[in-house]
Design a protein around this ligand. Sequence first.
Ligand SMILES: NC(=O)c1ccc[n+]([C@@H]2O[C@H](COP(=O)([O-])OP(=O)(O)OC[C@H]3O[C@@H](n4cnc5c(N)ncnc54)[C@H](OP(=O)(O)O)[C@@H]3O)[C@@H](O)[C@H]2O)c1
Length: 226
Amino acid sequence: MSNSSSKGTALITGASRGIGGVYADRLAKRGYDLILVARSEKPLKASAASLSSASGRLITPIVADINNKLDLAKVETKLKDDPGITMLVNNAGFASVAPLLDADIERMEEMIALNTIALTRLTYAAAPAFVKRGTGTIINIGSAAGISVEAMNGVYGASKAYVLAFSLSLQHELTSKGIRVQVVLPGRTATDGWDVAGLSWQQQPPSIVMPVEDMVDAALVGLDQG
Ligand SMILES: NC(=O)c1ccc[n+]([C@@H]2O[C@H](COP(=O)([O-])OP(=O)(O)OC[C@H]3O[C@@H](n4cnc5c(N)ncnc54)[C@H](OP(=O)(O)O)[C@@H]3O)[C@@H](O)[C@H]2O)c1
């Protein structure tokens, strides 16, 4: 087992692949221990094992559907009770390219719940503990679709507009208390998230889709620069 990290532990939702998977890799390389959250046990545990052997950091998987109240409560409790957690990356989310008239309302409600409610509850679980310790970082993954709402499904754009507004209010309220808050608004990024959305990234012009490593590395440079 690795020594506990001086950087502390980063909890990343949606960490088994895509953007969250690259955050996990980069934060482990930066010396964070990690708690990785996703629904599918096999890829999550495989990714935790490979990151642990590559980085020597302590990597703990939590299998949880954060759109399920009981599972979400498990993750909230971890954030409230584990004093080693110094960073929360609210990344789990999904998109859709379906126009309003073709979209399934049940699926839209699931999207609102994951992209906004789960993110909000996890922030509410982490923030008081971070404030008490006078330090902590919250990274919320929004989307360029949050300001360019015609680009994607309207509920997706609206959910990401919420993430932007909520994060700006967190910055306003928490920066003076020693908490870093970053909201990241990626453009089109090459991940399986596009298959979930209904249009794979391979079907789109390469000139408008960026590699996921570039996206995360750029966001981390932004974080470093404040
Ligand atoms: N890709 C882009 O172009 C792009 C652009 C802008 C913003 N974003 C945002 O970036 C974030 C990540 O997107 P991505 O493209 O990396 O997606 P992705 O490749 O589909 O990865 C999503 C991750 O979230 C997990 N996840 C999904 N639903 C979950 C749930 N209910 N509970 C717990 N974990 C869950 C998935 O694992 P399981 O399926 O095993 O749960 C997976 O690890 C999202 O918030 C998305 O809106 C993406």
